[in-house]
Design a binder for this molecule. Structure first.
Ligand SMILES: [Zn+2]
Length: 449
Protein backbone atom coordinates (compact mmCIF):
# COMPACT_ATOMS: atom_id res chain seq x y z
CA UNK A 1 0.00 0.00 0.00
CA UNK A 2 1.22 3.46 -0.74
CA UNK A 3 -0.11 6.76 0.45
CA UNK A 4 -0.84 9.35 -2.21
CA UNK A 5 -1.65 12.34 -0.11
CA UNK A 6 -0.43 12.74 3.39
CA UNK A 7 -3.53 13.73 5.21
CA UNK A 8 -3.46 16.46 7.80
CA UNK A 9 -6.60 15.11 9.27
CA UNK A 10 -7.15 11.43 9.12
CA UNK A 11 -10.83 10.86 9.57
CA UNK A 12 -13.17 8.21 8.44
CA UNK A 13 -16.81 8.67 7.85
CA UNK A 14 -17.83 5.54 9.68
CA UNK A 15 -16.05 6.48 12.88
CA UNK A 16 -17.25 10.03 12.53
CA UNK A 17 -20.82 8.80 12.24
CA UNK A 18 -20.41 6.64 15.31
CA UNK A 19 -18.93 9.49 17.28
CA UNK A 20 -21.82 11.74 16.32
CA UNK A 21 -24.28 9.13 17.47
CA UNK A 22 -22.52 8.86 20.80
CA UNK A 23 -22.50 12.62 21.19
CA UNK A 24 -26.14 12.78 20.24
CA UNK A 25 -27.19 10.20 22.81
CA UNK A 26 -25.10 11.94 25.47
CA UNK A 27 -26.77 15.20 24.68
CA UNK A 28 -30.13 13.54 25.10
CA UNK A 29 -29.12 12.19 28.49
CA UNK A 30 -27.94 15.47 29.81
CA UNK A 31 -30.84 17.57 28.63
CA UNK A 32 -33.69 15.19 29.03
CA UNK A 33 -32.73 13.08 31.98
CA UNK A 34 -36.19 12.49 33.45
CA UNK A 35 -38.54 12.30 30.53
CA UNK A 36 -36.61 10.18 28.13
CA UNK A 37 -38.95 9.75 25.26
CA UNK A 38 -36.54 9.63 22.41
CA UNK A 39 -36.45 6.80 20.06
CA UNK A 40 -32.88 5.80 20.63
CA UNK A 41 -33.36 2.11 20.10
CA UNK A 42 -32.09 2.42 16.57
CA UNK A 43 -28.70 3.09 18.05
CA UNK A 44 -28.68 1.39 21.45
CA UNK A 45 -30.56 -1.26 23.28
CA UNK A 46 -33.38 0.43 25.22
CA UNK A 47 -32.33 -1.35 28.43
CA UNK A 48 -28.87 0.06 28.17
CA UNK A 49 -30.23 3.53 28.83
CA UNK A 50 -30.94 2.52 32.40
CA UNK A 51 -27.61 0.81 32.99
CA UNK A 52 -25.27 2.71 35.31
CA UNK A 53 -22.19 2.10 33.15
CA UNK A 54 -23.68 4.43 30.56
CA UNK A 55 -22.74 7.26 32.89
CA UNK A 56 -19.11 6.57 32.04
CA UNK A 57 -19.85 7.47 28.46
CA UNK A 58 -20.63 11.01 29.59
CA UNK A 59 -16.91 11.50 30.06
CA UNK A 60 -16.21 10.70 26.46
CA UNK A 61 -15.03 13.70 24.47
CA UNK A 62 -17.19 15.22 21.76
CA UNK A 63 -16.38 13.93 18.33
CA UNK A 64 -13.65 15.47 16.28
CA UNK A 65 -15.14 16.41 12.94
CA UNK A 66 -12.78 17.36 10.09
CA UNK A 67 -10.13 17.76 12.77
CA UNK A 68 -12.27 20.16 14.78
CA UNK A 69 -13.25 19.38 18.38
CA UNK A 70 -16.99 19.84 18.59
CA UNK A 71 -17.53 20.05 22.37
CA UNK A 72 -19.40 23.33 22.16
CA UNK A 73 -21.01 22.84 18.75
CA UNK A 74 -24.01 21.25 17.19
CA UNK A 75 -23.32 19.32 14.03
CA UNK A 76 -25.53 19.60 10.97
CA UNK A 77 -24.74 17.34 8.04
CA UNK A 78 -26.59 17.55 4.75
CA UNK A 79 -26.13 18.15 1.03
CA UNK A 80 -26.34 21.23 -1.15
CA UNK A 81 -29.77 21.63 -2.72
CA UNK A 82 -30.08 22.46 -6.37
CA UNK A 83 -29.58 26.20 -6.90
CA UNK A 84 -28.71 26.84 -3.28
CA UNK A 85 -25.98 29.41 -2.59
CA UNK A 86 -23.57 29.64 0.29
CA UNK A 87 -25.17 32.91 1.31
CA UNK A 88 -28.61 31.27 1.51
CA UNK A 89 -27.30 28.37 3.55
CA UNK A 90 -25.41 30.50 6.01
CA UNK A 91 -28.19 33.06 6.45
CA UNK A 92 -30.08 30.39 8.40
CA UNK A 93 -27.14 30.23 10.77
CA UNK A 94 -26.79 33.89 11.65
CA UNK A 95 -24.11 34.72 9.08
CA UNK A 96 -24.65 37.99 7.21
CA UNK A 97 -24.33 38.34 3.43
CA UNK A 98 -21.48 40.78 4.06
CA UNK A 99 -19.54 38.11 5.91
CA UNK A 100 -20.26 35.60 3.16
CA UNK A 101 -18.96 37.91 0.44
CA UNK A 102 -15.85 38.58 2.51
CA UNK A 103 -15.45 34.84 2.89
CA UNK A 104 -15.95 34.34 -0.85
CA UNK A 105 -13.19 36.79 -1.70
CA UNK A 106 -10.85 35.26 0.87
CA UNK A 107 -11.61 31.83 -0.51
CA UNK A 108 -11.18 32.69 -4.18
CA UNK A 109 -7.71 31.22 -4.63
CA UNK A 110 -8.32 28.29 -2.32
CA UNK A 111 -11.75 27.11 -3.36
CA UNK A 112 -14.09 29.41 -5.25
CA UNK A 113 -17.48 29.31 -3.53
CA UNK A 114 -19.14 29.56 -6.95
CA UNK A 115 -17.97 26.01 -7.59
CA UNK A 116 -20.11 24.73 -4.73
CA UNK A 117 -22.58 22.44 -6.45
CA UNK A 118 -25.78 20.53 -5.86
CA UNK A 119 -25.82 17.15 -4.12
CA UNK A 120 -22.36 17.53 -2.62
CA UNK A 121 -22.26 17.08 1.17
CA UNK A 122 -21.56 19.82 3.66
CA UNK A 123 -21.37 20.13 7.42
CA UNK A 124 -22.15 23.07 9.63
CA UNK A 125 -20.85 23.38 13.16
CA UNK A 126 -22.91 25.93 15.02
CA UNK A 127 -23.13 27.28 18.55
CA UNK A 128 -25.89 26.20 20.87
CA UNK A 129 -27.19 29.78 21.02
CA UNK A 130 -30.71 30.72 19.97
CA UNK A 131 -29.49 32.02 16.59
CA UNK A 132 -27.55 28.80 15.96
CA UNK A 133 -24.58 30.88 14.87
CA UNK A 134 -22.40 28.93 12.48
CA UNK A 135 -18.73 28.64 13.39
CA UNK A 136 -17.61 26.39 10.56
CA UNK A 137 -18.92 25.46 7.15
CA UNK A 138 -17.21 22.43 5.65
CA UNK A 139 -17.81 21.48 2.03
CA UNK A 140 -16.74 18.35 0.16
CA UNK A 141 -16.19 19.05 -3.56
CA UNK A 142 -15.21 15.42 -4.09
CA UNK A 143 -14.49 12.32 -2.08
CA UNK A 144 -10.89 13.26 -1.45
CA UNK A 145 -10.91 16.98 -0.72
CA UNK A 146 -12.81 19.12 1.72
CA UNK A 147 -12.81 22.85 2.32
CA UNK A 148 -13.02 24.24 5.83
CA UNK A 149 -14.54 27.70 6.01
CA UNK A 150 -13.76 28.98 9.49
CA UNK A 151 -16.39 31.63 10.13
CA UNK A 152 -14.96 32.88 13.40
CA UNK A 153 -13.05 36.13 13.75
CA UNK A 154 -10.96 36.94 10.70
CA UNK A 155 -12.46 34.15 8.60
CA UNK A 156 -10.17 31.48 7.32
CA UNK A 157 -10.36 29.02 4.44
CA UNK A 158 -8.33 25.86 4.04
CA UNK A 159 -8.46 23.03 1.52
CA UNK A 160 -7.64 19.66 3.04
CA UNK A 161 -7.12 16.24 1.55
CA UNK A 162 -8.08 12.88 2.93
CA UNK A 163 -5.82 9.94 2.91
CA UNK A 164 -6.18 7.98 -0.30
CA UNK A 165 -5.45 4.32 0.22
CA UNK A 166 -3.96 2.66 -2.82
CA UNK A 167 -3.94 -1.09 -2.92
CA UNK A 168 -2.75 -3.44 -5.56
CA UNK A 169 -5.32 -5.75 -7.04
CA UNK A 170 -5.56 -8.29 -9.74
CA UNK A 171 -8.29 -9.70 -11.89
CA UNK A 172 -8.38 -12.37 -14.51
CA UNK A 173 -10.77 -14.13 -16.80
CA UNK A 174 -11.54 -15.56 -20.17
CA UNK A 175 -13.21 -13.82 -23.09
CA UNK A 176 -16.82 -14.97 -23.37
CA UNK A 177 -18.45 -12.51 -25.70
CA UNK A 178 -16.93 -9.05 -25.74
CA UNK A 179 -13.68 -7.91 -24.18
CA UNK A 180 -15.59 -5.17 -22.39
CA UNK A 181 -18.17 -7.44 -20.80
CA UNK A 182 -15.63 -10.09 -19.89
CA UNK A 183 -13.38 -7.69 -17.98
CA UNK A 184 -16.34 -6.00 -16.30
CA UNK A 185 -17.66 -9.43 -15.29
CA UNK A 186 -14.28 -10.19 -13.75
CA UNK A 187 -14.62 -7.10 -11.56
CA UNK A 188 -13.00 -4.37 -13.69
CA UNK A 189 -14.44 -0.91 -14.23
CA UNK A 190 -15.19 0.44 -17.73
CA UNK A 191 -12.25 2.84 -17.28
CA UNK A 192 -9.95 -0.07 -16.64
CA UNK A 193 -11.22 -1.83 -19.78
CA UNK A 194 -10.49 1.30 -21.81
CA UNK A 195 -6.99 1.48 -20.45
CA UNK A 196 -6.39 -2.18 -21.22
CA UNK A 197 -7.77 -1.75 -24.76
CA UNK A 198 -5.58 1.34 -25.32
CA UNK A 199 -2.48 -0.62 -24.46
CA UNK A 200 -3.25 -3.65 -26.61
CA UNK A 201 -4.82 -1.81 -29.55
CA UNK A 202 -1.35 -1.26 -30.96
CA UNK A 203 -0.53 -4.95 -31.00
CA UNK A 204 -3.86 -6.70 -31.56
CA UNK A 205 -6.96 -6.16 -33.61
CA UNK A 206 -9.34 -6.04 -30.69
CA UNK A 207 -12.26 -6.84 -32.98
CA UNK A 208 -10.69 -10.18 -33.67
CA UNK A 209 -10.20 -11.44 -30.15
CA UNK A 210 -11.96 -14.69 -29.55
CA UNK A 211 -13.85 -16.59 -26.89
CA UNK A 212 -11.28 -18.49 -24.87
CA UNK A 213 -8.65 -15.74 -25.06
CA UNK A 214 -7.42 -15.04 -21.54
CA UNK A 215 -6.62 -11.84 -19.72
CA UNK A 216 -5.01 -10.91 -16.43
CA UNK A 217 -4.57 -7.43 -15.01
CA UNK A 218 -2.64 -6.05 -12.05
CA UNK A 219 -3.75 -2.59 -11.12
CA UNK A 220 -4.03 -0.10 -8.31
CA UNK A 221 -7.32 0.65 -6.69
CA UNK A 222 -7.85 3.93 -4.88
CA UNK A 223 -10.02 4.10 -1.81
CA UNK A 224 -11.14 6.88 0.47
CA UNK A 225 -12.97 5.98 3.68
CA UNK A 226 -13.45 2.45 2.43
CA UNK A 227 -15.11 3.57 -0.81
CA UNK A 228 -13.49 2.90 -4.17
CA UNK A 229 -12.90 6.09 -6.10
CA UNK A 230 -11.32 4.55 -9.16
CA UNK A 231 -8.21 2.80 -10.32
CA UNK A 232 -4.75 4.26 -10.12
CA UNK A 233 -2.30 2.78 -12.55
CA UNK A 234 -2.68 -0.33 -14.60
CA UNK A 235 0.64 -1.80 -13.59
CA UNK A 236 0.74 -4.76 -15.89
CA UNK A 237 -1.46 -6.86 -18.11
CA UNK A 238 -1.37 -10.22 -19.78
CA UNK A 239 -3.33 -11.33 -22.81
CA UNK A 240 -3.36 -14.74 -24.37
CA UNK A 241 -4.65 -14.74 -27.92
CA UNK A 242 -4.71 -17.98 -29.90
CA UNK A 243 -2.01 -19.40 -27.67
CA UNK A 244 0.25 -16.34 -27.93
CA UNK A 245 1.05 -14.65 -24.65
CA UNK A 246 1.53 -10.90 -24.79
CA UNK A 247 2.63 -9.23 -21.62
CA UNK A 248 2.28 -5.49 -21.10
CA UNK A 249 4.62 -4.55 -18.28
CA UNK A 250 4.29 -1.00 -17.05
CA UNK A 251 7.74 0.55 -16.72
CA UNK A 252 8.69 4.16 -16.15
CA UNK A 253 11.87 5.34 -17.84
CA UNK A 254 11.35 8.87 -16.62
CA UNK A 255 8.50 9.94 -18.92
CA UNK A 256 5.62 8.25 -17.16
CA UNK A 257 4.53 4.67 -17.43
CA UNK A 258 5.10 2.94 -20.77
CA UNK A 259 4.15 -0.64 -21.55
CA UNK A 260 6.66 -3.19 -22.77
CA UNK A 261 6.32 -6.82 -23.70
CA UNK A 262 8.41 -9.64 -22.28
CA UNK A 263 11.15 -8.85 -24.81
CA UNK A 264 11.34 -5.24 -23.70
CA UNK A 265 9.67 -4.04 -26.91
CA UNK A 266 7.19 -1.21 -26.59
CA UNK A 267 3.58 -2.18 -27.18
CA UNK A 268 3.17 1.16 -28.86
CA UNK A 269 4.06 1.91 -32.43
CA UNK A 270 6.17 4.93 -33.21
CA UNK A 271 3.27 6.15 -35.37
CA UNK A 272 -0.48 6.20 -35.20
CA UNK A 273 -1.99 4.47 -38.20
CA UNK A 274 -4.31 7.39 -38.92
CA UNK A 275 -4.10 11.09 -38.14
CA UNK A 276 -7.85 11.45 -37.53
CA UNK A 277 -9.64 9.69 -34.76
CA UNK A 278 -12.92 9.10 -36.57
CA UNK A 279 -13.01 9.41 -40.32
CA UNK A 280 -13.73 7.72 -43.58
CA UNK A 281 -11.05 7.05 -46.17
CA UNK A 282 -12.22 8.79 -49.32
CA UNK A 283 -9.22 8.17 -51.53
CA UNK A 284 -6.33 5.79 -51.13
CA UNK A 285 -2.71 6.01 -52.12
CA UNK A 286 -2.56 5.07 -55.79
CA UNK A 287 -0.33 5.56 -58.79
CA UNK A 288 -3.30 6.47 -60.98
CA UNK A 289 -6.25 8.56 -59.84
CA UNK A 290 -8.60 10.92 -61.64
CA UNK A 291 -8.04 14.27 -59.96
CA UNK A 292 -11.45 15.84 -59.25
CA UNK A 293 -10.16 19.40 -59.47
CA UNK A 294 -7.48 19.11 -62.14
CA UNK A 295 -9.67 16.72 -64.20
CA UNK A 296 -6.89 14.39 -65.21
CA UNK A 297 -5.32 11.11 -64.17
CA UNK A 298 -2.26 11.35 -61.97
CA UNK A 299 -0.75 9.48 -59.04
CA UNK A 300 -2.24 10.22 -55.64
CA UNK A 301 0.64 9.77 -53.24
CA UNK A 302 -1.40 10.28 -50.13
CA UNK A 303 -4.48 9.06 -48.32
CA UNK A 304 -7.57 11.26 -48.17
CA UNK A 305 -9.79 11.17 -45.14
CA UNK A 306 -13.20 12.77 -45.38
CA UNK A 307 -14.14 14.51 -42.16
CA UNK A 308 -16.12 17.57 -41.12
CA UNK A 309 -14.38 20.92 -41.25
CA UNK A 310 -12.75 21.64 -37.90
CA UNK A 311 -12.01 18.00 -36.99
CA UNK A 312 -8.71 17.94 -35.06
CA UNK A 313 -5.74 16.52 -36.97
CA UNK A 314 -3.19 14.60 -34.88
CA UNK A 315 0.43 14.21 -35.72
CA UNK A 316 1.03 10.47 -35.96
CA UNK A 317 4.34 10.55 -34.13
CA UNK A 318 6.76 12.61 -32.08
CA UNK A 319 8.84 15.01 -34.11
CA UNK A 320 9.67 18.54 -35.18
CA UNK A 321 7.55 20.69 -37.47
CA UNK A 322 9.49 21.26 -40.72
CA UNK A 323 6.92 23.47 -42.43
CA UNK A 324 3.62 25.06 -41.44
CA UNK A 325 2.55 27.29 -44.29
CA UNK A 326 0.28 27.88 -47.28
CA UNK A 327 0.69 26.96 -50.94
CA UNK A 328 -1.87 27.16 -53.72
CA UNK A 329 -2.11 23.38 -54.13
CA UNK A 330 -1.72 22.20 -50.54
CA UNK A 331 -3.57 25.03 -48.85
CA UNK A 332 -2.54 25.33 -45.22
CA UNK A 333 -0.35 22.33 -44.49
CA UNK A 334 2.04 21.00 -41.87
CA UNK A 335 5.02 18.76 -42.48
CA UNK A 336 6.55 16.91 -39.53
CA UNK A 337 9.97 15.28 -39.46
CA UNK A 338 9.89 12.36 -37.02
CA UNK A 339 13.44 11.13 -37.40
CA UNK A 340 16.04 10.44 -40.09
CA UNK A 341 13.73 7.93 -41.75
CA UNK A 342 10.16 9.19 -41.46
CA UNK A 343 8.35 12.40 -42.37
CA UNK A 344 4.59 13.04 -42.60
CA UNK A 345 2.51 15.81 -44.13
CA UNK A 346 -1.06 17.02 -43.54
CA UNK A 347 -2.82 19.10 -46.22
CA UNK A 348 -5.84 21.37 -46.81
CA UNK A 349 -6.19 22.46 -43.16
CA UNK A 350 -8.69 25.15 -42.22
CA UNK A 351 -6.14 26.39 -39.68
CA UNK A 352 -3.12 25.38 -37.63
CA UNK A 353 -3.36 24.47 -33.97
CA UNK A 354 -1.93 26.92 -31.46
CA UNK A 355 1.85 26.98 -31.38
CA UNK A 356 2.32 25.01 -34.59
CA UNK A 357 5.09 26.61 -36.64
CA UNK A 358 8.38 25.53 -38.17
CA UNK A 359 10.70 24.29 -35.44
CA UNK A 360 7.96 23.39 -32.94
CA UNK A 361 8.34 20.04 -31.17
CA UNK A 362 5.26 17.84 -31.32
CA UNK A 363 4.19 14.71 -29.49
CA UNK A 364 2.41 11.70 -30.93
CA UNK A 365 -1.34 12.35 -30.95
CA UNK A 366 -0.98 16.10 -30.47
CA UNK A 367 -3.42 18.24 -32.45
CA UNK A 368 -1.50 20.20 -35.05
CA UNK A 369 -4.37 21.62 -37.11
CA UNK A 370 -7.98 21.25 -38.20
CA UNK A 371 -9.64 19.74 -41.25
CA UNK A 372 -10.55 22.20 -43.98
CA UNK A 373 -10.60 22.56 -47.74
CA UNK A 374 -7.89 25.12 -48.45
CA UNK A 375 -5.81 24.68 -51.63
CA UNK A 376 -6.91 22.33 -54.39
CA UNK A 377 -9.78 20.54 -52.66
CA UNK A 378 -13.42 19.99 -53.50
CA UNK A 379 -14.58 19.65 -49.92
CA UNK A 380 -13.33 19.32 -46.36
CA UNK A 381 -10.87 16.46 -46.09
CA UNK A 382 -7.38 15.69 -44.93
CA UNK A 383 -4.76 14.58 -47.41
CA UNK A 384 -2.15 12.67 -45.42
CA UNK A 385 1.29 11.88 -46.84
CA UNK A 386 4.00 9.63 -45.53
CA UNK A 387 7.69 9.59 -46.45
CA UNK A 388 10.11 6.79 -45.68
CA UNK A 389 13.76 7.46 -46.50
CA UNK A 390 12.74 10.39 -48.71
CA UNK A 391 10.29 8.33 -50.76
CA UNK A 392 6.52 8.67 -50.56
CA UNK A 393 4.84 5.46 -49.44
CA UNK A 394 1.33 4.31 -48.62
CA UNK A 395 0.73 5.27 -44.99
CA UNK A 396 -1.89 2.58 -44.61
CA UNK A 397 0.33 -0.12 -46.07
CA UNK A 398 3.71 0.64 -44.57
CA UNK A 399 4.85 -1.55 -41.69
CA UNK A 400 4.97 0.83 -38.77
CA UNK A 401 8.03 0.64 -36.56
CA UNK A 402 7.58 0.07 -32.82
CA UNK A 403 8.20 2.87 -30.40
CA UNK A 404 11.57 2.71 -28.68
CA UNK A 405 12.25 -0.43 -26.64
CA UNK A 406 13.47 -0.30 -23.05
CA UNK A 407 16.68 1.72 -23.05
CA UNK A 408 19.94 -0.13 -22.53
CA UNK A 409 20.66 1.60 -19.26
CA UNK A 410 17.30 0.45 -17.84
CA UNK A 411 17.41 -3.12 -19.05
CA UNK A 412 18.61 -4.64 -15.82
CA UNK A 413 15.92 -2.88 -13.82
CA UNK A 414 13.31 -3.93 -16.36
CA UNK A 415 14.43 -7.56 -16.23
CA UNK A 416 13.88 -7.66 -12.47
CA UNK A 417 10.45 -6.07 -12.77
CA UNK A 418 9.55 -8.44 -15.56
CA UNK A 419 10.48 -11.48 -13.53
CA UNK A 420 8.45 -10.29 -10.57
CA UNK A 421 5.46 -9.44 -12.76
CA UNK A 422 5.45 -12.73 -14.62
CA UNK A 423 5.63 -14.59 -11.30
CA UNK A 424 2.69 -12.58 -10.04
CA UNK A 425 0.72 -13.42 -13.16
CA UNK A 426 1.60 -17.09 -12.89
CA UNK A 427 0.14 -17.11 -9.39
CA UNK A 428 -3.21 -15.89 -10.70
CA UNK A 429 -5.44 -18.69 -11.84
CA UNK A 430 -7.82 -17.62 -14.56
CA UNK A 431 -10.44 -20.23 -13.70
CA UNK A 432 -10.70 -19.49 -10.02
CA UNK A 433 -10.35 -15.77 -10.51
CA UNK A 434 -13.53 -15.43 -12.49
CA UNK A 435 -15.61 -14.50 -9.49
CA UNK A 436 -13.96 -11.15 -9.14
CA UNK A 437 -11.18 -9.26 -7.49
CA UNK A 438 -8.12 -10.90 -6.14
CA UNK A 439 -6.38 -8.76 -3.62
CA UNK A 440 -2.66 -9.05 -4.11
CA UNK A 441 -2.38 -6.64 -1.24
CA UNK A 442 0.90 -5.09 -0.34
CA UNK A 443 2.97 -8.09 -1.17
CA UNK A 444 6.22 -7.24 -2.78
CA UNK A 445 7.20 -10.83 -3.22
CA UNK A 446 4.84 -12.67 -5.50
CA UNK A 447 3.26 -15.74 -3.99
CA UNK A 448 5.11 -18.90 -4.89
CA UNK A 449 8.06 -17.03 -6.35
ZN1 LIG B 1 -4.99 13.68 -51.17
Amino acid sequence: MTIFNQSHLVMFKSSKGLAILIALSLFIFITAAQTLHFNTDRFTEPEETTQPEVVEEVKMPAPIVYGIATDSFEIVETVIERGETLSEILSSYNISPTTVSLLASKSKDIYNVRRISANRPYTILHLRDSAQTAQYFIYEPNNVEYVIYDLRGDLNVTLEKREVKVSERALAGEIKHSLFQSIVDAGGSPQLVNKFADIYAWRLDLNRIQPGDKFKLIYEEKEVNGTTIGFGQLKAAFFEHQGDSIYAIGFDEGNGLGYFDQKGQSLKKAFLREPLEYSRISSRYTMNRYHPVQKRYKPHLGTDFAAPRGTPIRTVGDGVVLEARYTRGNGYYVKVKHNKTYTTQYLHMSKFAKGIKAGARVKQGQTIGYVGSTGLATGPHLCYRFWKNGKQVDALGVKLPSANPVEKKHQEEFAALKEQTINQFNAIDVKSAKQGLLATGEQKEPAGA
